[in-house]
Design a protein around this ligand. Structure first.
Ligand SMILES: [Zn+2]
Length: 98
């Protein structure tokens, strides 16, 4: 299981093949379980978009940002996905600049 560190919390990333059937969503963040769950069977692009969205859900929760979901959180995750996807050189430079 993958883990993501956000603000001192270790968030587990897991997959659930019944997430779409049971919850009608492709991703879920649980602050109680400190866990991000992704649906199985997504395309690589959907999986990446969903993971970024749920990471921002976690940031919003942990730092109590109070982001409005559709107007702010969804737009931020779309923007991050675009930046990460279209700027691979910059992202890898950032990863190796220390
Ligand atoms: Zn959401």
């Amino acid at each position: 299981m993958e883990k993501i560190k956000i603000g001192g919390y270790l968030i587990n990333v897991d997959y659930d093949d019944k997430l779409i059937a049971n919850h009608q969503c492709v991703g879920q963040y649980s602050s109680i379980e400190q866990k991000i769950t992704l649906a199985t069977g997504l395309t690589k692009q959907q999986e990446k978009e969903t993971l970024i969205h749920e990471i921002i859900e976690a940031i919003d929760d942990i730092y109590e940002l109070g982001l409005e979901h559709d107007e702010q959180l969804c737009k931020l995750s779309a923007i991050f996905h675009q930046i990460v996807t279209d700027n691979k050189n910059t992202i890898s430079a950032l990863m190796f600049c220390d």
